[in-house]
Design a binder for this molecule. Structure first.
Ligand code: FAD
Length: 465
């Protein structure tokens, strides 16, 4: 009987357990797993509450449709009919510019303009930036010379205004990090490839769109996918497939140590022997667990920074809903001097999130903005949000309910050189047979990437899977 320990009960660890369970059921493989989770609840940051008829997401609210692994897992779990797409017909995102909300022009793919007229007439950009967009089309292909920050990459193509008003706020929303420190090769690999092949990102994007429209006339799928009852439903569905005896909650693992061709896992004053172990925890936790058996690997893992984030969800009545602008919400560039980085009009973004007579707003702090308010009480944080919503939207009404969710060091930041660090981590890991790593610290922070990382870790430890 092969015994595998999984440390961490977020979606990465649950996906690893699910892959092992599937293998056991489908092939009759002689394997057994134990999943250790330090908190009382499985699912990690996937947490949903039902409040006043609304589905309130404390952590992720959806996943990007283009990456199939999370939706595939949902289908595998029988949740195919629970998948919902974002209301893309109403998609409109605003950027706060000098205190005013300005809609992002049609055809912007991340920050690359593909519709010249829409961008040309947009008040979002100065004439200088618009001229840069035009001249960008003539950039020659460029050989790859190491890594650089997203900010310097975007600035080379479109100038500093594009970094401040689009690239940085868009990345803050996804990574909780700053364009000035995130690695372009790790965070925007496709853009780095486009530069290499075409030089101009604009030309590369237009060529890709042309190819796509020639290949398929099907309507584009929604940009984001979620679950009718919220993201926690995914974690619950995985848990319901696993054997309850394999799941150990309230169990903080203190160390994992190779011994006698296997691994000893020490948690809560008890030790158990396994043949292999999956560390599906943030890399700062993995570093602590490995600090005795491989200080070098631990140091590399500890070198991946994480940022903290806070989501604040506010529910309002029908009147507020009617007064809010259409669209998915807005992003706040740092230069605007606000503390929140973004707000989502959840009632518009997805169906089934709020009754017709409710408005649901989800506001976001991350990185430095989260640190600056971390020590405040929930009431004070809600006060800051209400004050900023009043300034931005003219919203004075008191919310019907408010919730503050804090996520300490939960979002990995892929800094410059991240991919080289991953190569070093992989070389060191190879020296420790029976050890697999999964989670958001490696090759993708989103839910689909985490699902894939957990599944792949399980497969690696049980090669016939
Ligand atoms: C606020 C927020 C919003 C997000 N929004 C989106 C989004 O909209 N779309 C998207 O795709 N992604 C989003 N993400 C990212 C994505 O949700 C996460 O990267 C992903 O869910 C991480 O899953 P995980 O299992 O790797 O880690 P986690 O969910 O952090 O789980 C790790 C688990 O390990 C446990 N643990 C840690 N150390 C130990 C130990 N020593 N012993 C035992 N247990 C331990 C922890 O308690 C935790 O439960 C968001 C993240 C956050 C924080």
């Amino acid at each position: 009987m092969k015994r595998i320990a999984i440390i961490g009960g977020g979606i990465s660890g649950l996906s690893a357990a699910h892959a092992l369970e599937e293998q056991r059921r489908q092939t009759g493989a002689a394997l057994e797993y134990t999943l250790y989770e330090s908190s009382s609840q499985l699912g990690g940051v996937l947490r949903t509450e039902q409040i006043d008829g609304c589905i309130v997401e404390a952590g992720p609210d959806s996943f990007i449709t283009e990456k199939p692994w999370a939706a595939d897992l949902c289908r595998n779990l029988g949740l195919g009919d629970q998948l919902i797409g974002s209301n893309d017909a109403d998609r409109k995102t605003y950027i706060l510019v000098r205190g005013r909300l300005i809609a992002m022009p049609d055809g912007l793919m991340f920050m690359v303009p593909t519709k010249i007229l829409a961008t040309g007439f947009s008040p979002l950009f100065s004439w200088k930036t618009k001229l840069r967009m035009g001249s960008e089309l003539f950039h020659p292909p460029r050989a790859v010379e190491g890594d650089e920050t997203v900010a310097s990459f975007v600035e080379r193509h479109y100038g500093a205004e594009m970094v401040d008003c689009l690239a940085d706020p868009l990345l803050s929303g996804v990574y909780g990090g700053e364009a000035a420190s995130l690695s372009v090769r790790a965070v925007l690999p496709r853009f780095a490839e486009m530069e290499q092949s075409h030089g101009s990102l604009g030309r590369a994007m237009l060529a890709a769109r042309k190819k796509m429209s020639q290949a398929a006339k099907r309507p584009a799928p929604p940009l984001f996918t979620s679950l009718k009852n919220g993201m926690q439903h995914l974690a619950e569905a995985v848990v319901s497939r696993l054997s309850p005896a394999s799941l150990v909650t309230n169990a903080l693992v203190q160390a994992v140590q190779p011994e006698a061709g296997g691994w000893v896992v020490s948690a809560e004053m008890q030790s158990d022997h396994f043949d292999a172990v999956v560390l599906a925890v943030p890399t700062h936790s993995a570093a602590r667990l490995l600090s005795i058996c491989s200080p070098e690997l631990a140091a590399e893992l500890a070198g991946i920074p994480y940022s903290s984030s806070i989501t604040v969800v506010l529910g309002f009545d029908r009147e507020v809903r009617q007064s809010l602008p259409p669209g998915f919400g807005f992003l706040v560039p740092r230069s605007e001097g606000k503390q929140m980085l973004a707000a989502t009009f959840v009632h518009n973004k997805f169906p089934y999130r709020a009754p017709e007579d409710r408005a649901l707003l989800r506001c976001f702090f991350a990185g430095k903005s989260a640190e600056s308010v971390w020590g405040l009480s929930d009431e004070q944080i809600v006060g800051i949000i209400r004050n900023e919503l009043q300034q931005i939207l003219g919203l004075r009404a008191a919310p019907l309910f408010a919730r503050v969710y804090r996520w300490k060091s939960a979002m990995a930041q892929y800094g410059v050189g991240h991919l080289d660090r991953l190569d070093r981590i992989e070389r060191l890991r190879q020296k420790l047979p029976g050890l697999a790593l999964a989670g958001n610290g490696y090759r993708g922070i989103g839910v689909p990437d985490c699902v894939r990382s957990g599944r792949d870790a399980a497969k690696e430890l049980t090669p016939i899977a």
